[in-house]
Structures are given as C-alpha cells and as structure tokens.
Design a protein around this ligand. Structure first.
Ligand code: PLP
Length: 400
C-alpha cells in the first residue's frame, strides 16, 4: 500500500543528510563536550558549529542560543524563568487562548502560584486583536507570550507588530516558534523578540532536541539545575548527535526554505481547492491567507474527524485531527473552541500538514480517496439525514 505522510506539524522525518551528519557522533566522536581532553574537544567544536547554524537561521548571535531537549522545555524555561527573574517587577503575563499546551499549561501552573494570566481571545479566523493585547498591558505585566504559528490551523501571528508593542511598554516578548522556524522566515532582531523557541523534530532534525533564543541581557532564572553547561543557563550533558542534526537542519532550512515553501504551498492549495470542488459542506479552520504554507485544517460537516482519520489511514494516508498531543482524547480542540467553531464541526476537523517530500501525485491520491470516504461516513451519520427544523446541529450546518 502507498504511504502518504501529511502530518508534518506533528513531526517530520529526519533528513537523510542530517542523519549522516549525526552518525559519527554516536560512534567515534563519543566524547563529552565539557571534557577538556581530545575526545571532548572534538565534540565541543561540533556543538559550537551547530550553535552558529541555529543562530544564523533566526538572525541572532550564537551566544544567545541555549540548547534544550525539546520545544516544551524551551517554552517552560522561557516562561517560568522570566516569571521568576522578574517577580519583583510584576506578576502579570499575557498570552493567547490558542497556544500549545506547553505554554498554556505552564501559565496555568503559574496562576496557581500567584501570577495573573490574561488569555487573549481570537476571532472566528483565529486571529488576535492587537488593540486588545495593548489594552491588557498593566504596570504589573512582565511577559507577553504569543506563538509565531499555530500548530492546528497554521495561522501566523504578527510577531513584529507585537514586538513593537512589547518594546513600547518595556515588556518581555516570548514566542513559541516551533511551527514557524524552517517553514517561514524568522528574524528575532526584526521581530523584537526576547525569547524564541525552536524544536528539532519539526524541521527534519531528530526528536529530543530544541533551542531557546535568549536575547543578550534578558534575565532568566535557570530551570534545569546541575552542571554548568550552556553558560550556566541549562544543566545536563549535551545531546551531541541531536544538536549536530539540529544545526545542519537549520542550515539546510536557511538555504532551501523559500523555494520549498513555494512548492509546498502549491500542493497545499491544490489539495484545498480539490477538496472544495469535490466535497460540499466543508469549513476551512484558520485564516484564509495568513497561514503557514503547509497547513490545511478542514471540518467535514456531519462526520467525526477520528473516523475519517482511521479510514484515511486504511488507505495509507497519515493526517491528524487537532494536535498530536490531544488526539486520542475526545475533547474538541481548544484552538477551534477559542475560534467559536461549533462543537460538531470541531469534532469533524482534520489537519493535513504537508512537507517537501509530498508530490502532486500524493495530493491527487488524497483527492481520489477522500471524497468517497466522506460520503460513506456521512451516509452513516444520523445528523446527515436529520434536517428537522428544530435541530440545532442542522441549523448550524445550514449556515456553512
Ligand atoms: N509548540 C508548538 C506550537 C508545537 O506544535 C509543539 C509540538 O507539537 C510544541 C510546542 C512542543 O514541542 P516538542 O514536541 O519539541 O516538545
């Protein structure tokens, strides 16, 4: 059976060049980069080269990059570390209701410890009102945390404009750029960002590695205690092969991103217009244009996203309903909830996130198998055959 992978926002395959570059660091270059002898020195150089590669992609100094174990660790460190370091100054944090759980749950944790958090709402396209963000700032506000790109809808948030607001009020800005780095240009200087998070496995590096950009001078309490690695900012022996892989993946992304993004966007748009033509009563979730080039989140009225996923899987197609972290739970997505997507439509949402390995044939195969699956599932759905005037679900769907 054909295997078609359209779940790149959940994770990406490790790029073959990246794997090749990592292998010597499992074999002959096994040293600990903190060791002063030859074995350590050989490896320390590779970690510093990777730091330069990561820094170049987001336009910062290598000294401002801290290697971490994943995007979640980066987000936790940025938020908890800032909250603690600036506790004397204030206890108020502003974030959005559509963040990844790595941000939302960290903020909820802080709320239980006396911090105040404003969760900004979004409109029906999932976008923020920047006047509302500015109005939420008080003299106690120490941090604004807004993601660069949303993992479920692909929505892109105007980080440079938010950076200008943060600078105006001298408030720190953290951005979870896990879904953005490698897919769209990200420049921390131009965006006025103080803290930014990258995750290796979203851009062709392995799982278990990430990077946190900390603007020089931004105070941050350390989160991992122990050794003095990463200039005392993060304890723990470096995951050298993964760091080497992240460095190369960033270098390759910098070279190829523009061309690949244009290619992927063409495929994504072909998929989107093909679905629109072949399947009635669908709803695009997210902003029509301010979106990552690879992401398409669609609700197919009357059916369960999970049933659709299982049926697509039987045809070899990997997609996702909501985010990978929440799939397996029957809770509708908090992102779609914040966008006021009606609950049955939220349950029927499916995310296709394409990558550079996808081809036009892949898209055409999805367009061939998807419409009959949707039709079959609809015919089995009690909602599809209902149409009673008083039915809340039917009246909602009639508005599509
Ligand atoms: N932030 C966003 C927007 C994500 O999509 C993810 C992963 O899906 C994370 C953070 C967490 O990254 P990691 O899996 O590296 O912990």
């Amino acid at each position: 059976m054909k295997h078609i992978y359209m779940d790149n926002n959940a994770t990406t395959a490790v790029r073959p060049e990246v794997l090749e570059a990592m292998l010597p660091f499992f074999r002959e270059h096994f040293g600990n980069p903190s060791s002063v002898h030859w074995a350590g020195r050989a490896v320390a150089g590779a970690v510093e080269k990777a730091r330069e590669q990561v820094a170049k992609l987001v336009n910062c100094s290598p000294a401002e990059i801290v290697f971490v174990s994943c995007g979640s660790e980066g987000d936790n460190t940025a938020i908890l570390g800032t909250a603690d370091a600036l506790r004397e100054k204030g206890n108020h944090i502003i974030t959005t209701s559509v963040e990844h759980p790595a941000v939302l749950e960290t903020c909820q944790f802080l709320e239980k410890r006396g911090y105040e958090v404003t969760y900004l709402p979004v409109d029906k396209n999932g976008m923020l009102d920047l006047a509302q963000l500015e109005a939420a700032i008080t003299d106690k506000t120490i941090l604004i945390s807004v993601m660069w790109a949303n993992n479920e809808t692909g929505n892109l948030y105007p980080i440079p404009e938010i950076g200008a607001i943060a600078r105006k009020y001298k408030v720190r800005l953290h951005t979870d750029a896990v879904q953005a780095v490698g897919k769209v240009p990200v420049d921390v200087q131009a965006a006025g960002v103080d803290l930014l998070v990258i995750s290796g496995h979203k851009l062709g590096a392995p799982k278990g590695v990430g990077a946190l950009y900390v603007r020089r001078g931004a105070k941050l309490t350390r989160f991992m205690h122990g050794g003095h690695q990463e200039r005392n900012r993060r304890a723990g022996t470096h995951n050298v092969p993964a760091i080497v892989g992240l460095g190369l993946a960033c270098e390759l992304a910098g070279r190829e991103m523009v061309e690949k993004a244009a290619y992927i966007k063409k495929l994504r748009d072909r998929l989107e217009s093909g679905i629109r033509l072949a399947v009635p009563e669908i709803k695009l979730n997210g902003h029509p244009t301010e979106r990552l080039p690879n992401t398409l989140n669609v609700s197919f009225a009357y059916i369960e996203g999970e049933s659709l996923l299982l049926n697509l899987d039987m045809k070899g197609i990997a997609a996702s309903s909501g985010s990978a972290c929440t799939s397996g739970s029957l809770e509708p997505s908090h992102v779609l909830g914040a966008m006021c997507v009606e609950i049955t439509l939220a349950h029927s949402s499916t995310r296709f996130s394409l990558g550079a390995d996808n081809t036009r044939e892949d898209v055409d195969y999805v367009l061939e198998v998807l419409p009959p699956i949707v039709q079959r599932l609809r015919e089995m759905s009690p909602l599809y055959n209902c149409n009673q005037e008083s039915c809340v679900d039917c009246t909602t769907l009639a508005r599509l």
